[in-house]
Design a protein around this ligand. Sequence first.
Ligand SMILES: Cc1cc2nc3c(=O)[nH]c(=O)nc-3n(C[C@H](O)[C@H](O)[C@H](O)COP(=O)(O)OP(=O)(O)OC[C@H]3O[C@@H](n4cnc5c(N)ncnc54)[C@H](O)[C@@H]3O)c2cc1C
Length: 481
Amino acid sequence: MNNQEVLKKIRLLVGNSKVISDPEQLKNTDGLPNREYEKSFGINMTVPPMAIVFAENVDDVVKVLTFCNDNGINVIARGGGSAGEGLLEAREAGTLMLDCSKMNKLISFDQENMMATAQCGYSFDQLEKMANKNGLTTGHGPQSISLAQIGGLVATRSTGQFSTYYGGIEDMVCGLEAVMPDGRVIRIRNVPRRAAGPDLRHLFIGSEGAIAIITEVTVKLFPYYPNDMWLGGYIVDNIEIGFATIREIMVSGYKPSVLRLYDKSDMDYNFGSVKLKNEEAFMFFTAEGPSEIAQGTGAGIDRIALKNGGNYIGTKAVEHWLEHRNDLCQKIGSEANMKRHRETNVYYGTLEVSASWTDIVEIYHNVMARVPVKIENLVMLGGHVSHSYINGTNIYFVYRLRMNSPETAHDEMMELIKAICNEVIQYPTGGVVHHHGMGKERVIYAKQEHGSSYSLMEDLKKTFDPQNIMNRGTLIQVYDA
Ligand SMILES: Cc1cc2nc3c(=O)[nH]c(=O)nc-3n(C[C@H](O)[C@H](O)[C@H](O)COP(=O)(O)OP(=O)(O)OC[C@H]3O[C@@H](n4cnc5c(N)ncnc54)[C@H](O)[C@@H]3O)c2cc1C
């Protein structure tokens, strides 16, 4: 069937008004931060989808998936479009984009049982604001909260800025509804906990649109005490002291809601309000919960930070971060950003990895020492920690690259990504993707990331998406990065 025939059928199935196939409107549909640099120069190296279908209900999703499954058509689900990593990128002609953002109803807000249920396209910002009005919080605060939708957040296994206290999305999802590629509608009921075999929620959390379309999600709600929040910022002599301090806080059993550690390069570029000397690092914390918990956690953090030589600098920098923490959302894709690319040829990007406490310090130092030697056009490289666990932490490497040309920008960025990931993956606990998803970029590391369990990922994909129509090339590599 050629594209025209496919579109004719799809229009008959869901209605003409839900399908866009005008080439002008199909440009730049692959996600806001995706290939931002090359787009600044009016260049688009990705393949536009043949059409976008705007699903308005589960029935539309069932019809589209069943048709695509029967005819081997690649389908990419889109929510808020805030993902990078090539997650929304079509790499082959004849791909259909299934936009789910019109499935945007709140279904229930259940304060008795502390759960909210919404359709996949519901804005997470809206949910958080509604929770706050009722003295509650979702506990999920990704920087992209103003852009992302509940289905996309689940599909990417996202994490938020307060994750050290509330957890990642995997700790919040109670149940969900999804449509499988063959059109089956399945529901995972909202049972508080079950020991009925493997947890099927995890088939969908982090599935990157490559297993099913998530149509509805139920998440937990938590009590919210913003006025009792404890804040504190400390400068330490070097990053090693910073790592040792945050480790001690976590392994002693404290659960700050925010725990962040910045090196000087990252601090200078992203956080002008605190000036560091050469080797110094900055760490800051917030603690949440009922007053006794927030203040008790704050007291413990303060004791450990001071004992390790931290120099307390008050709360101003933390307040500044809280106020401006999501500003990047306004900058991404903006004309100001595009203009800056054209004027400087410099692109700013990030890469989030994770490792145990033992491995993370070496990984940080190896990346900082070796990557600049390999990547000639690196203007800046730095990093910060933003999500910690009792057994380890993440690092967000931040970089600025002077691009040689918009046409080669993606390959240049991939060289840097590979240079960092190659340092990470050699460590027994090194993980090359902490919370953005693998997309079509970091999927080149899937075999190494999963090791001997990779064959299960292949089995999973074959079992649930035997025609390989769901976001082809994510989870399992199909294309070059
Ligand atoms: C400035 C900025 C800051 C960010 N900060 C964070 C952060 O703090 N934490 C974090 O985790 N991420 C962050 N991200 C990444 C991104 O916002 C997340 O990956 C987010 O979860 C994507 O949600 P979305 O609704 O925009 O999904 P999209 O970008 O539309 O899609 C993301 C992926 O999910 C799939 N998908 C979308 N909807 C569905 C559905 N209903 N069913 C099945 N699959 C679906 C898509 O096919 C795609 O593979 C940031 C991005 C930006 C631009």
